[in-house]
Design a binder for this molecule. Structure first.
Ligand SMILES: NC(=O)c1ccc[n+]([C@@H]2O[C@H](COP(=O)([O-])OP(=O)(O)OC[C@H]3O[C@@H](n4cnc5c(N)ncnc54)[C@H](OP(=O)(O)O)[C@@H]3O)[C@@H](O)[C@H]2O)c1
Length: 267
């Protein structure tokens, strides 16, 4: 399989990827794509992320960038057979700890979720014959250790009252889920990409502290504000549909994923 990677900065030459430098948000910069080599493209995986936490950046990355890319691929007769659009669980407004799946309502209050939903609609409305959306939970793994580092440094606090639910996926499983959906015949339109276990904030942090051999993080003095990102993520996302499509996570819960990261970090 030949893999092309498009980004603005230089790609890692050690990876078995043919890199193309272009800016999805600047339609003209896509004129330099190697179209003669792109006909017969199998799958387009769209994983661009916003450069900042503001509406303009979200619209540019999640909506306009995809629209620009699809338009030029169509014009040059290089549309792929399949599109996998990487979205986020932030399209769900539910923040009361309720269970969420692909059939749950998506009525995001903030610009982030709204722009992602708009991008999903661009993907699903495109002329690419097969399209799947995967809504990922928080990505963690090598190079994505913010939570682990905050517990290690003694900076974390536990939100136990009320319990705040968190949803995550190991970076390798996120990539594996994308490949799984790209290769799946008769894939559905929407999948949640999370591990098997929505986990309470305090349970994860205290488990991490025990594994690291550092003091347990104290309880928070007050709950997060209702508009904070932490509170907005308070839901329990189900991966039942992804699982029943045949996907088996390598890191079914935070314990396997963080356990390996901690083991690797102590050598
Ligand atoms: N991180 C999470 O916890 C999380 C949670 C849920 C969903 N997701 C989703 O997962 C996907 C990837 O997120 P991530 O956190 O892994 O992002 P990331 O590490 O920042 O990667 C984003 C990639 O997109 C490229 N990119 C960004 N803007 C671009 C542009 N205008 N033109 C061309 N390439 C561009 C970046 O390369 P250059 O900077 O070199 O252009 C980078 O390679 C996104 O769809 C995001 O919504 C992430």
């Amino acid at each position: 399989m030949q893999v092309w990677g498009l980004r603005r900065s230089e790609g890692d030459p050690a990876l078995p990827i043919q890199w193309v430098q272009a800016d999805l948000t600047e339609a003209d910069s896509l004129d330099s794509l190697p179209f003669s080599q792109l006909s017969g493209l199998g799958t387009l995986v769209y994983t661009a992320a916003a450069s900042g936490f503001n509406d303009e950046a979200y619209r540019a990355a999640y909506v306009d960038g995809l629209a620009h890319l699809l338009a030029i691929l169509e014009r040059r007769q290089c549309l792929p057979r399949k599109l996998v659009y990487v979205s986020s669980t932030s399209v769900y407004a539910q923040s009361d700890g309720s269970i969420v799946d692909e059939t749950s309502p998506t009525e995001p209050a903030g610009f982030g979720g709204r722009r992602l939903l708009e991008g999903e609609a661009v993907a699903l409305g495109s002329k690419v014959p097969g399209c799947s959306i995967v809504r990922l939970g928080g990505i963690y793994g090598p190079g994505r250790t913010r939570l682990l580092d905050s517990v290690r440094r003694g900076e974390a606090v536990c939100y136990d009252d009320p319990v705040i639910w968190t949803n995550r996926i190991h970076i390798q499983d996120a990539a594996r889920a994308v490949i799984h959906l790209a290769e799946l015949d008769d894939a559905e339109e929407i999948y949640l990409g999370v591990d098997d276990e929505p986990s309470a904030d305090g349970v994860v942090k205290r488990w991490l502290a025990r594994q690291l051999g550092v003091p347990a993080p104290p309880g928070a003095e007050q709950p997060p504000s209702s508009t904070s990102r932490r509170m907005r993520s308070n839901k329990r996302c189900s991966n039942a549909r992804l699982r029943s499509s045949g996907f088996v996570p390598s890191y079914p819960t935070f314990r396997e994923g963080y356990g390996e990261l901690i083991k690797d970090s102590v050598g």
